[in-house]
Design a protein. Structure first.
Length: 389
């Protein structure tokens, strides 16, 4: 029987990554909930939320690596899809506040009451239901990516021009969401969340559950990406990345492949944003900033473009370094350090951390396998074939 596509797509490294994420997703919440405070192995609640944010960033990095590392689409606007997914979840969380807000209005969020809105805008309808909000987390980023990609890819916009257009798109959304009359909280965004599915978002159990769900989402996103890149579709995507014109001349509808993977990537970014918001407690227009999208690309470059595991690793490593260095005297210089990191990786580790390790390990692994095969052949009494005299 032919193995299942997911089983077939997992090698040792991928299996180890999935098991590691699953173990982290279970052990950290358990250590937070079961161990007493002050214990050496007890993980504080604030660290659970912090690492949950890192996991969401890892999902975003996976979505970028899928299109950039395997299809050659360098998007500098993927933060827009991340933010749209976050706003969709934030709208649901705002509708759950009800009369517990500052102004006590059971329908209108506080910022709408403050701005003298007399009724709820039509695009807020349905967000009092979790199922509708979860659907919008996928539909809104996916629909925007589909429309944008359909126009861009059909016009055969590629390379730096596509990157600039994606950056312009996210900047336009940044300006739109900053407006108070746009209906999304303006500069302050959406915050002061109370409940999610009836559970207090500030409770330890809720934060632990959100962390577990984030790890589960990371595993699912990784498995989807692995299934794609290990299939015939993945081979076509790599062909598009390496020789788009030649792939088109061979009869493949390049635009359709690029549109599919770009839309899927946007949906993954939206899910990451939706999981990010309840753990951080706020979503505002700053998430649309082009610098955020560029920083996400740096995560992928540092970890290893076209490796998936490296993209997730790069997101966690860079953001951990950001947390470490922005809380001390080096805080004003973090952006300079980030730029220097990107330059050093480009010059010294062009394949990223994981890509460089793979380049070093694979020849040695192949040599070891060849030596083992030769040793087994000698033990079985099989000698190398001799040339005919």
């Amino acid at each position: 029987m032919t193995p299942h596509i997911l089983t077939r797509s997992l090698d040792r490294a991928a299996t180890a990554f999935v098991l590691l994420v699953a173990a982290v997703g279970v052990l950290i919440p358990l250590s937070n909930l079961l161990l007493p405070q002050g214990s050496m192995f007890q993980v504080p609640t604030y660290l659970v939320a912090l690492w949950g944010k890192y996991v969401c960033y890892a999902i975003l990095a996976l979505s970028i690596d899928l299109i950039w590392g395997y299809c050659g689409i360098l998007s500098l606007g993927h933060g827009a899809f991340f933010a749209l997914g976050g706003y969709a979840m934030g709208m649901y969380l705002m509708r759950q506040i009800g009369s517990r807000g500052v102004y006590g209005n059971p329908i209108l969020p506080d910022f709408m009451v403050f701005l003298n809105w007399d009724k709820l805008p039509w695009y807020w309808y349905g967000f009092d239901k979790f199922a509708f909000a979860a659907l919008m987390v996928l539909v809104v980023p996916g629909l925007l990516a589909f429309c944008f990609g359909w126009l861009a890819f059909r016009s055969r916009v590629t390379g730096v021009y596509l990157s600039i257009i994606t950056q312009a798109m996210t900047y336009a959304l940044l300006l739109a969401f900053f407006r108070n009359d746009f209906g999304f909280g303006g500069n302050n965004g959406l915050t002061d969340f109370k409940d999610i599915l009836g559970f207090n978002v500030q409770a330890e159990g809720t934060r632990a559950a959100l962390f577990l769900l984030s790890c589960l989402a990371l595993i699912i996103a990784f498995l989807i990406c692995r299934a794609i890149v290990s299939s015939k579709l993945g081979k076509v995507l790599i062909a598009v990345r390496d020789a788009e014109s030649r792939t088109r001349f061979l009869g493949y509808r390049v635009e359709s492949y690029k549109l599919f993977v770009f839309t899927l990537s946007a949906c993954m970014a939206g899910v990451a944003g939706a999981l990010y918001v309840p753990q951080v407690g706020i979503i505002n227009p700053s998430e649309f900033a082009p610098a955020n999208s560029i920083e996400a690309v740096i995560w992928v470059a540092v970890g290893g473009r076209g490796t998936l595991i490296g993209a997730a690793l790069g997101a966690v490593v860079v953001n951990y370094a950001k947390t470490l260095f922005t809380s001390g005297p080096l805080a004003p210089y973090w952006l300079f350090m980030l730029g220097a990191l990107f330059i050093l990786v480009t010059l010294l580790l062009p394949k990223g951390i994981v890509g460089t390790f793979n380049s070093w390990w694979e020849p040695r692994r192949s040599t070891g396998i060849a030596a083992d095969e030769a040793s087994a052949a000698r033990e079985d009494g099989i000698s190398a074939a001799k040339m005919a005299e």
